[in-house]
Design a protein around this ligand. Structure first.
Ligand code: FPP
Length: 254
């Protein structure tokens, strides 16, 4: 039976986050330039976005460009930025067709004016869409985000808008780029690397992690559905015992 048909709609992960890894290796193993891997990877972005809509995922976060990625060779950075602009232009129709709202997390001030312009246009066009939120992490780093949150909180305290004693986990979350977005239930990383790579460190405290050796350009819809089915077979305990969780009638992942 297809993994797609094994998905239990009542226990879907509300938010799936993905570390899309392996574009470079996919290309070099074929004797191609790394950029060819990113172009192929962009096709997987489209495929997995469609798969998420088909499955009924409410939030999909994609790690498209990390703060550390700025240190790659300039021509690769340029190629990734051009691909982003091209994809935004070409895929806005798809976002509208499926009711997808685009959101961005990261240090967008460091993006070039043309990338920012294209992003702002798509953000504005898709703003009222409510079926799924697609959150692109661009020039994103979790430590950067946490330091930024600390600075913004200090500023709020200084200006008398926030009392230090009122800083709770929930209030802290309001100062992150992901304010208002529920934490990921499931985090997928492709390409066999077993790392988090400075992605959503605060938000993944209780996420289920799923690693696959498949390189991002080869990642199919069925593989994505397989990750969801695997998630649904897990027991999420949030620090409680197995019998406590069973007593709550929440035996398996939400
Ligand atoms: C990791 O592969 C991937 C990236 C750094 C960029 C992700 C970009 C895309 C999937 C394409 C464009 C995105 C959008 C949203 C249109 P890697 O280069 O680190 O691969 P490697 O580890 O094999 O070198």
């Amino acid at each position: 039976m297809l993994f797609k048909d094994q998905i239990v709609p009542e226990r879907l992960p509300r938010h799936v986050a993905v570390i899309m890894d392996g574009n470079g290796r996919w290309a070099t193993s074929r004797g191609l330039e790394r950029q060819a891997g990113h172009i192929e990877g962009a096709k997987t972005v489209r495929r997995i976005t469609e798969a998420s809509v088909e499955a009924g995922i409410r939030y999909l976060t994609l790690y498209a460009f990390s703060i550390e990625n700025w240190n790659r060779p300039q021509d690769e950075v340029n190629a990734l930025m051009s691909l982003l602009v091209k994809s935004l232009r070409e895929e806005t129709g798809l976002l509208m067709q499926h009711g997808i709202r685009l959101r961005v997390i990261g240090d967008t001030d460091s993006l070039s004016p043309d990338v920012r312009r294209e992003l702002e246009e798509t953000l504005r066009l898709t703003e009222a869409n409510t079926r799924m939120d697609m959150i692109l992490a661009l020039s994103y780093g979790a430590r950067w985000e946490l330091v930024r949150a600390a600075k913004r909180m200090a500023q709020a305290v200084r200006e008398g808008q926030l009392a230090a004693d009122d800083i709770t986990e929930a209030r802290f979350g309001d100062f992150l780029c992901t304010a208002g977005i529920p934490d990921p239930d499931l985090l997928i990383r492709t390409s066999g690397e077993l790392r988090i790579s400075n992605f959503l460190l605060w938000q993944i405290a209780y996420s289920e992690l799923y690693f696959t050796p498949v390189l991002w350009p080869d990642f199919t819809k069925e593989m994505f559905f397989e990750a969801i089915v695997n998630y649904q077979q897990r027991q999420r305990r949030f620090g409680k015992t197995a019998s406590q969780v069973a007593g709550e009638g929440e035996g398996t992942a939400r």
